[in-house]
Design a binder for this molecule. Structure first.
Ligand code: ADP
Ligand code: MG
Length: 985
């Protein structure tokens, strides 16, 4: 590839044009500027200084002028040229299919009963299994589906033999010593004492809400009460209970626990089913624990849930998007299934809200039992520790220069004083606290997280309080790591007397299990955790809780269209849960690191997930369930998401071509809704199948969607990063590292040493195993749809091009487009990166590219962009301009000041040799057509036919892109001084 500017270049239509005035050509990026004299570049305009705006602009207009200018300077333009060898090859391929017509004649007949307008619209799709299913989805509605589902045969049919068998079995079970032993424990649970009331209420009502403190026995007992009662009444054959759990791990562990309590193994009256893993129970007199996502899958095929007699939605107080969605949908199902009993179970939090939502259905409360917990606030903690906060940050001297920062800081400090003064006056008059405490509380810094204060408090507890584990709640992983290090390095906590456990979701699972073990006498356990220790993990021997009062929450900032992860004040409900953790085995103490005054301003409950996340997947789910227009449906949710979030998500789905302008599923949208993946990674796997690149692309899609397998070992971060870099194969790509990790894991498994491999590379065995299973699941779906020959992702026929890393990266890019960032320069501490939407962003420290000193191309594609302490791109791949052209739909050839330009959506454009542009666009158009065709006519690729030729042409193109970047042997070094990429031409 050449980045040369032609003096006279031919435009797309073959005519030549002389460059008229090079001064007003913005050839944008410093990447291809060629030499510093190239006028009008970003560099050039900066050289003229801020005075460079037209003199007639005033006030805001000047700002806008520079903003626009900065934006246009983010449009790097490359003179791209195919090398003669590739050009010849692609031309030959194109010539071999002059009038390609992939479209066989259309048939008729299979899709009878479908609206004729729809039929006409999709007339170009041949009659097939796909077409039939697709048209059914876009033409039906939920009510029709419910009717159909009600008419289908149900598994719940009264059967005398089964009823009797269930009774006999139950009698035997009750008589067994194992059951009796567990019964003694169960009888002590608060839920057990309410058994009769609970059963009566369910008997009399179709929908009931059950609330109760964590640990009172809702999850493990209620389903058993119902089942045993029904068995005893001779209804075993028509009782099948489904109980949803918010997480995979809880579905399994609860099922195991309940089976143990029933003195049996999984698979008889108790089972579980989560994605990719199941241990099913029998078809009558049984309880199935499953994830909420699994229930959604069941609803696709049987919306009336006719195979179930009771539906228990557990832990609905967590307000996950999935459970809120199901609660809304159930409103339509309940009237059609009068004999389906629905039980909503929640911690004590906001159970009234659910009861109201279901027309004031009855709400029964199970009183819990915990030992009393003494609560302390920041004012008490300061008194105990005599801790002094550092003085507030000094106001900048140079006010003018730092005006904005100064004003912000001043305002924050004023607001804080307005808020705290009345409270301070109040406690001063009460004379409860010494003056030094009041002075400390006046400092605005007292509201920030202080690990030093926590360390002091831990020291105070260890020297002044009796035995018992300490549980500390911090907002995030970085704080956990820092505090763990602070404690260990202080020398005050020798391992003979203390065990310090960091606990967060990125830790290896083995380490997580150790946390539950009781330490030997005289050894104190100190657990430093995120909010996962609030409800999902119970550590019995905790006596002291330190609540930092902050937690990190994923949010979708609709004003800036970006996802954020920032520490926020916890809600009262969280604080209450945290406090409760201290009283499981004996009276405990809880130290909140905020004032009583602050507590009064805290929200009651955490914000439901649906109000703080993107909604693409919810929308696709609603579409596949045929719930009609999305806005009215989402408006009927218990707490409806805001209109802007709905709009932004709809827009993204339309950009991805998953929905059409009428908000109907497109054929692509249909596939994406069927695969439980983010729509972008869904698109990636379909492309992976078409391009015969399944193994690596599926690995990447699975990792991006679920979670990557790299964990973060305390104290060995650098070594782990080195290993990850090794897996990146020198490709400047986190995504390649993900694929390689999984490939080597699978290889190690066949050699019999996966454990060693995982330890060596700091990878989680469990996650890798799950990712492997997910790949199999993708392959199964794509095989069912006909995109693949077999359901084996390692099938040779599906991996003809898996070794071509340039292609793998281009396919990732095609899935993630238009998530493109541009490297503007590299300095010693890392790259300076911008995106067209956000301006400056940072590469996340966990990315392979973060410390990179030179990049082969200035373009990076990314999946996760998140605002935390800055805007971070979490995972990136350096991509060639050819890769971008391959990935970007609707490229346009145009002319800019006599130069031929290829423009992609998202403010990206490249100078292009006209001949190259012409060939590339022709090929791109064929690809676009072929993809459209394949989506509607799923089938494997015939590589020796025209369709194969198009794909081979594209592969040539991206391969050349990478060769030219010289990934192995040559990289372009970004200039430090002038931010200019040198170009040897
Ligand atoms: P809830 O759903 O009301 O929070 P659970 O039914 O989950 O309560 O738990 C009730 C009690 O059963 C808990 O307090 C705990 O002591 C015990 N328990 C639950 N699961 C397990 C388990 N896997 N192993 C041992 N005890 C358990
Ligand atoms: Mg529970």
């Amino acid at each position: 590839m050449s980045y040369r500017h032609g003096r006279g270049v031919r435009n797309a239509y073959g005519s030549y044009r002389q460059r008229e005035n090079s001064d007003d050509i913005n050839d944008g990026s410093s990447y291809n500027a060629g030499n510093r004299q190239s006028r009008g570049s970003a560099q050039g305009s900066r050289g003229r200084g801020r005075g460079g705006h037209p003199p007639w602009l005033k006030g805001k207009e000047i700002g806008l002028y520079y903003k626009k200018k900065a934006q246009s300077s983010q449009q790097p333009t490359h003179a791209i040229r195919l090398n003669p060898h590739t050009e010849r090859k692609i031309k030959n391929l194109l010539e071999s299919m002059p009038n390609t017509n992939f479209r066989p004649a259309s048939g008729t007949g299979m899709c009878d009963g479908i609206d004729s307008k729809l039929k006409a619209r999709y007339d170009h799709i041949n009659d097939s299994h796909f077409k039939k299913n697709f048209l059914e989805i876009v033409s039906g509605d939920i009510q029709q589906n419910l009717t159909k589902s009600m008419l289908a045969k149900s598994k719940l049919v009264q059967n005398d033999t089964y009823d009797k068998r269930a009774i006999e079995e139950h009698k035997e079970r009750v008589a067994s010593p194992g059951y009796q032993k567990m019964l003694k424990f169960r009888e002590k649970l608060p839920a057990f004492k309410m058994r009769r009331q609970v059963l009566e209420l369910i008997e009399k009502n179709q929908v009931v809400v059950i609330s109760g403190e964590t640990g009172c026995g809702k999850t493990t007992q209620v389903a058993q009460f119902i089942l045993d009662d029904q068995i005893e009444r001779g209804n075993g054959s028509v009782t099948k209970i489904i109980c949803t759990q918010p997480r995979r791990i809880s579905a399994i562990s609860v099922a195991e626990r309940v089976a143990t309590e029933r003195a049996e193994r999984l698979g008889c009256s108790v089972g579980f089913q989560i994605r990719l893993e199941k241990e099913l129970c029998r078809d009558y007199a049984s309880i199935l624990f499953c994830t909420t996502g699994m229930l959604l899958q069941f609803l696709h095929s049987n919306p009336a849930l006719t195979d179930w007699s009771h539906l228990i939605l557990d832990e609905i107080h967590e307000r996950s998007t999935e459970s809120d969605f199901i609660i809304t949908l159930l409103k339509q199902i309940i009237p059609r299934r009068p004999n389906l009993k629905v039980i909503l179970m929640s911690a004590t939090l906001n159970s009234d809200q659910f009861s109201k939502y279901y027309n004031n259905c009855p709400n029964i409360h199970i009183p819990g039992f915990t030992y009393p917990v003494q609560e302390y606030y920041l004012e008490d903690v300061l008194q105990f520790t005599r801790f002094k906060f550092p003085p507030p940050p000094e106001m900048p001297n140079n006010h003018r220069k730092h005006m904005k920062r100064y004003k912000n800081q001043q305002k924050k400090s004023d607001d804080f004083l307005d808020f705290i003064q009345p409270y301070l006056r109040h406690i001063e008059s009460e004379r409860k606290y010494p003056q030094f405490v009041i002075d400390q509380l006046r400092n605005p810094v007292s509201e920030d997280l202080s690990l030093e204060l926590i360390a002091e408090l831990v020291h105070f507890i260890c020297t002044n309080e009796g035995p018992g584990a300490i549980l500390i709640f911090l907002p995030g992983m970085t704080d956990i790591t820092k505090l763990t290090r602070m404690l260990l390095e202080s020398g005050e906590y020798p391992s003979s007397r203390f065990i310090v456990y960091p606990l967060h979701s990125r830790l290896p699972t083995v380490d997580q299990k150790l946390v539950f073990e009781r330490p030997p006498d005289r050894v104190r356990k100190i657990i430093i955790a995120t909010s996962i220790a609030e409800t999902s993990i119970t550590i019995e021997d905790v006596v002291f809780v330190i609540d930092s009062g902050k937690m990190k929450l994923n949010k979708f900032d609709t004003d800036n269209n970006i996802e954020t992860l920032l520490p926020e004040p916890v809600s009262l409900a969280n604080a209450k849960q945290r406090r409760g953790r201290a009283g499981r085995v004996q009276p405990g103490k809880c130290y909140h690191l905020y004032t009583k005054a602050r507590e009064m301003t805290m929200d009651e409950y955490p914000l439901p997930e649906m109000l703080r996340t993107r909604l693409e997947q919810v929308i696709l789910q609603a579409k596949i369930l045929q719930l009609g227009k999305i806005t009215p449906f989402l408006a009927s949710v218990i707490d409806p998401p805001n209109a802007k979030a709905v709009e932004l998500s709809l827009q993204l789905l339309m950009t991805l071509n998953a929905l059409d302008e009428d908000e109907q599923l497109t054929p692509l949208g249909y596939h994406l809704a069927k695969i439980p993946l983010d729509p972008r990674t869904g698109k990636m796997i379909i492309l992976g199948a078409i391009f015969s690149c399944v193994e690596p692309v599926f690995s990447i899609a699975a990792s991006l969607t679920y979670k990557d397998a790299f964990y973060c070992p305390l104290g060995k971060e650098a070594e782990a990063q080195k290993r990850k870099l090794e897996l990146g194969l020198g490709q400047y790509s986190d995504h390649i590292a993900l694929a390689e990790a999984l490939r080597r894991f699978e290889e190690a498994k066949t050699r019999g040493s996966p454990g060693f491999f995982c330890r060596q590379y700091f990878l989680s065995w469990n996650t890798l195993k799950l990712l492997t299973d997910m790949k199999n699941q993708f392959a199964k779906y794509l095989c069912e749809m006909n995109f693949l020959h077999s359901a084996n992702p390692n099938d040779e026929r599906a991996n003809k091009n898996s070794n071509n890393l340039a292609l793998v990266k281009a396919l990732v890019c095609a899935g993630l487009f238009p998530n493109v960032a541009i490297v503007k320069s590299v300095r010693r501490h890392g790259a300076s990166v911008v995106t067209p939407q956000d301006g400056k962003v940072k590469l996340h420290p966990s990315s392979i590219n973060e410390k990179c000193q030179s990049f082969p191309s200035p373009y990076l594609v990314y999946f996760t962009k998140q605002l935390s302490s800055a805007i971070y791109l979490h995972d990136t791949t350096s991509i060639s301009p050819m890769g971008l052209i391959f990935a970007g739909p609707n490229s346009k050839i145009g002319e800019q000041n006599g130069k031929c330009v290829m423009a992609l959506p998202g403010a990206l454009s490249f100078l292009c040799e006209p001949e190259t542009a012409f060939i590339v666009q022709k090929l791109r158009a064929k690809l676009e057509w072929l993809l459209g065709y394949k989506i509607t006519h799923p089938g494997t690729i015939k590589w020796d036919s025209d369709e194969g030729a198009v794909l081979k042409g594209m592969i040539e193109l991206v391969s050349q892109g990478d060769e030219e970047m010289g990934l192995e042997s040559r990289t372009y070094h970004v200039g430090f001084a002038n931010e200019t990429y040198s170009d040897s031409d």
